[in-house]
Design a protein around this ligand. Structure first.
Ligand SMILES: Cc1cc2nc3c(=O)[nH]c(=O)nc-3n(C[C@H](O)[C@H](O)[C@H](O)COP(=O)(O)OP(=O)(O)OC[C@H]3O[C@@H](n4cnc5c(N)ncnc54)[C@H](O)[C@@H]3O)c2cc1C
Length: 473
């Protein structure tokens, strides 16, 4: 039997497929579209996503094709440089169009042995105590021990599993496309910048030898699947900017809304949700794709543990317990950003006050660290501030810590040399090394790089090994 079926081959599904394959899980990914899309939604990756790709030894592929941009203007477009000494080796954002991110993640998943089946649409599911049967639109069916819905904001899996998706519907819609402009960029740019001073939902910028055009739509469409026309773009550009910039020759045109919703639960029996299937929100701050990758990173090793039979009681439920609050926080900050970007006098006044507040270093740091997701602390019930946080790429005597994480196993990083992983050696590596950056005698790291335990007592360590890695062999 297949171990895990993933519905949806966007960034979340591909990331998850790669993570599961690290642990030898038999995974089949079903993707509705015959071909990868050329529509560029996300424009880049933030620090925590780069860190997790680094932890798996594949970040260089992304860095090679992306462009480093300073971390400025990521909170509601408020133009303030990032604070110095951010706690990450990636204190920038990596500009990388979503189709390239998806291609690189797909390549990694395939190299790792994931089976990707394109042109396959999930239309039904039924689960029992042993597994999940998934029905496809072509009339065939597949069975696996687990199913993960990574099938985007309108997730079929979520609906079939009967999971609610409460929140706010789309109230404003935005047109987005890539096309040519009929005026020289040197002429278009100053006008665009002038309008953007107040209208933050508008923008034009060079991309891939053409221009990315973003402009508020005229109301909310009844059916988002119906693509806008070039005339829609022209009409809205004239309305917002007084000129249509001579737009022509579109490569693709699309629209997106500002609906903000989160699944009431991330698990129903053997069915899980990750990425946009579990949460949607406006793209402000560029967080959605990043959030999905990080969901997959959290879920992958836990599902693998369940498949291989060593998952301790309750491990699978920690996925929702840890990731639901993180997305809730992202929804909250995007709602706040949307308010700050409104053109009415009230929100504009709040924006001015907020802009003053962001001049304080600590406020700026707090907001940027939210967006780049490096300060997340899962609640493991410990009073030690290190426990629950993700670890940075500590400099060890033998090199960077992340280089030791490629296999996705647990790690006991032991500065004392007196501890042991005993009966967990098949799941946890024992790394005796020292780092000036680590303020604890030893730390136990989960496969996702979060600190499960810090201390020096063997007995305490064994309790935590059992808590996260199951019974000793
Ligand atoms: C304009 C815009 C700009 C954005 N900018 C950013 C940004 O800068 N940074 C950022 O982090 N995020 C950004 N986002 C958000 C980001 O695009 C999404 O969060 C991300 O694509 C979610 O990835 P996913 O894999 O969860 O879902 P999706 O990318 O939606 O992928 C879902 C996949 O499932 C497939 N599928 C659907 N139904 C089925 C089915 N029944 N059976 C099989 N397959 C199915 C679909 O074909 C699709 O390939 C932006 C979004 C928009 C709209």
């Amino acid at each position: 039997m297949i171990d895990v079926i993933i519905a949806g081959g966007g960034p979340t599904g591909m990331m998850l497929a790669g993570e599961l394959r690290l642990h030898g899980v038999r995974v089949v990914l079903l993707e509705r579209d015959e071909e990868p899309t050329e529509v560029v939604r996300a424009l880049g990756l933030h620090a925590r996503s780069l860190e997790i790709l680094d932890q798996r030894g594949i970040v260089d592929r992304f860095l090679a094709l992306g462009t480093k941009h300073p971390l400025a203007g990521f909170f509601a477009g408020i133009d303030r440089p990032a604070p110095e000494r951010l706690d990450t080796k990636y204190p920038h954002t990596l500009g990388l169009p979503q189709p390239i991110t998806e291609r690189l993640l797909t390549e990694h998943a395939v190299e790792s042995g994931a089976e990707i089946r394109r042109g396959r649409t999930v239309v039904g599911l039924a689960q029992d105590d042993e597994g999940v049967t998934v029905e496809l639109a072509d009339g065939t069916s597949l069975r696996a021990r687990y199913l993960v819905g990574c099938d985007g904001g309108r997730s079929t899996v979520r609906k079939l599993a009967g999971i609610d998706f409460p929140g706010e519907p789309t109230r404003v819609e935005t047109l987005l496309g890539e096309m040519e402009i009929g005026v020289p960029w040197e002429e278009a740019m100053p006008l665009m910048l002038e309008i953007r001073k107040t209208q933050k939902r508008f923008g034009i910028g060079p991309i891939n030898g053409a221009y990315r055009v973003v402009v508020p739509a005229d109301g909310v469409s009844e059916d988002r699947a119906v693509m806008p026309t070039l005339d829609d773009f022209k009409q809205q550009l004239v309305r917002v900017a007084g000129t249509d910039f001579g737009v022509h020759s579109p490569r693709w045109m699309s629209r997106f809304g500002d609906a903000t919703r989160q699944a009431s639960q991330y698990r129903s029996g053997r069915v899980f949700l990750a990425g946009d299937a579990a949460h949607i929100h406006p793209p402000t701050g560029g967080q959605g794709l990043n959030l999905g990758l990080q969901d997959a990173f959290n879920l992958g090793w836990k599902l693998a543990a369940a498949v291989h039979g060593w998952a301790p009681e309750g491990l699978l439920d920690t996925y929702e317990a840890e990731r639901h609050p993180v997305a809730e926080e992202v929804l909250n900050n995007t709602r706040a950003q949307i308010e700050l970007m409104k053109v009415e006098p009230g929100p504009q006044s709040v924006r001015r006050v907020f802009t003053e507040l962001v001049q304080f270093e600590e406020v700026n740091r707090y907001l940027i660290e939210k967006i780049i997701a490096v300060r997340i602390r899962y609640d493991f019930g410990s009073s030690d501030d290190l426990v629950g946080r993700r670890i940075g790429d500590l400099a060890l005597k033998r090199g960077g810590l992340y280089d030791q994480m490629h296999a996705g196993r647990g790690i006991l990083l032991d500065q004392t040399g007196s501890l042991t992983v005993g009966g967990w050696a098949d799941r946890v590596d024992h790394l005796v090394d020292v780092s000036e950056e680590l303020d604890a005698p030893a730390v136990l790291l989960r496969p996702d790089g979060h600190v499960a335990w810090a201390g020096s007592a063997q007995e305490d360590l064994e309790g935590e090994l059992a808590r996260w890695f199951g019974a000793a062999a």
